[in-house]
Design a protein around this ligand. Structure first.
Ligand SMILES: NC(=O)c1ccc[n+]([C@@H]2O[C@H](COP(=O)([O-])OP(=O)(O)OC[C@H]3O[C@@H](n4cnc5c(N)ncnc54)[C@H](OP(=O)(O)O)[C@@H]3O)[C@@H](O)[C@H]2O)c1
Length: 174
């Protein structure tokens, strides 16, 4: 069965975006030649599952769509169509991802945001979490975990501390 990885970054106080959906905090760890393992990670996946709000924020970045050439499923009850490279899915993400996991292929990337991640975590469909913590406090915005911490049942397998201060931990199910 294919594995689903939630690969996501938070502030020190657990926000994946600041007020108004701002992602400016990510800039504090941008460094030439350092992608924090992202390119290697995306080589192992061929499918991206993403909530409509995160998809919109990626388009707003004004760069070429980063997942062109992969199977991209955007969850939305209000979008009818997106660009050619994606498919809109209006049903429950968990039901859909459960089906995707049974199809042949490479890994599945849960790009977020918090809403979609929660739904997949609740349904026990996430196999691995790669959590990058950015050394910045945001105080408000979109929280990744409502309790402020990882749900029970996950064990840290690997931790990398980067010179920028970013700490990336890979968690697997206990
Ligand atoms: N720091 C990071 O690494 C990172 C990563 C990802 C995202 N983000 C940020 O997180 C924010 C977005 O996160 P979010 O949690 O607010 O939203 P989200 O998970 O990206 O998207 C939520 C949307 O998904 C759709 N959806 C949810 N349940 C559904 C269902 N049962 N059936 C069909 N569609 C469903 C709905 O779209 P409709 O309203 O269209 O129906 C809902 O509004 C953005 O600011 C983004 O930039 C940050």
């Amino acid at each position: 069965m294919r594995t689903v990885t939630l690969y996501i970054a938070t502030s020190l106080d657990g926000f994946i975006a600041g007020p108004g959906g701002s992602l400016d905090f990510l800039e504090s760890v941008q460094a030439a030649g350092e992608d924090y393992g992202y390119a290697a990670f995306t080589e192992g996946i061929d499918t991206v599952v993403v909530g409509r709000k995160t998809y919109a924020s990626v388009l707003d970045m004004g760069v070429p769509y980063p997942h062109a050439g992969k199977h991209v499923f955007v969850y939305s009850k209000q979008l009818n169509t997106t660009a050619d490279h994606t498919v809109v899915h209006s049903g429950p993400p968990a039901d859909h991802v459960r089906e995707l996991k049974c199809l042949p292929g490479k890994g599945i990337y849960c790009e977020g945001g918090a809403d979609i991640a929660h739904q997949l975590l609740r349904a026990e469909l996430i196999d691995r979490i790669v959590l990058s913590i950015i050394p910045v406090h945001l105080h408000a915005g979109v929280e990744l975990f409502p309790t402020g911490e990882l749900p029970p049942g996950w064990l840290a397998q690997d931790r990398i501390v980067y010179p920028s201060g970013l700490i990336q931990t890979t968690y697997l199910k206990a």
